[in-house]
Design a protein around this ligand. Sequence first.
Ligand code: AMP
Length: 189
Amino acid sequence: MTNIIFFGPPGAGKGTQAKKISDFFKLQHLSTGEILRLKISQKDELGLKLKDIIASGKLVSDDVLNEIVAEKIVTCKDTGFILDGYPRTLNQSRFLEKILKNNFLKLNFIFNINITFDTLKNRIINRSKEEGREDDNLDAIKTRYDAYIQTTTEVSNYYSSENPEIFFDIDGSDQIEEITNKIKKIIVK
Ligand code: AMP
């Protein structure tokens, strides 16, 4: 059983890689962004609140995210999982540690996909044309990128210093297939 975290700013390709790797290794892909977008489409009270926060590019509260992840991780205890988009704050990472401990689980790999702001800006603008995501516009991209640098980099730095043996920096400017192959090689080694 393999449990993985993917870090990377918006547009770094972490969602694409997480999907490919989870399909290949038959792991559950837990994309918090996707789970939140699904909640928005249900148009209930929580969904309506989330819609504006996500469209602005800001982070949703830790309480909402922690509850979602606690519920999901239990369902993939026996298959292994890829966390894509979580943890994004130190509070979330502390919460994750507790869930893992309570369920006798551990992390096996952490992939940190790096990319410059210019490269991701162009990628996200193209993605907005293909997927029509409301938060894929320039203002929201800047807010999401800043949220990543200000908040989530602290989290990836924490894992990098605490778990250097399972932490791998990946160049996100490479071609998609090339990145997938690099990640696969690290996992099967
Ligand atoms: P993503 O698809 O991972 O880029 O997530 C899209 C948006 O969902 C983010 O810009 C946040 O508003 C929200 N979101 C996803 N995951 C988290 C998280 N772990 N903590 C807070 N907000 C999140």
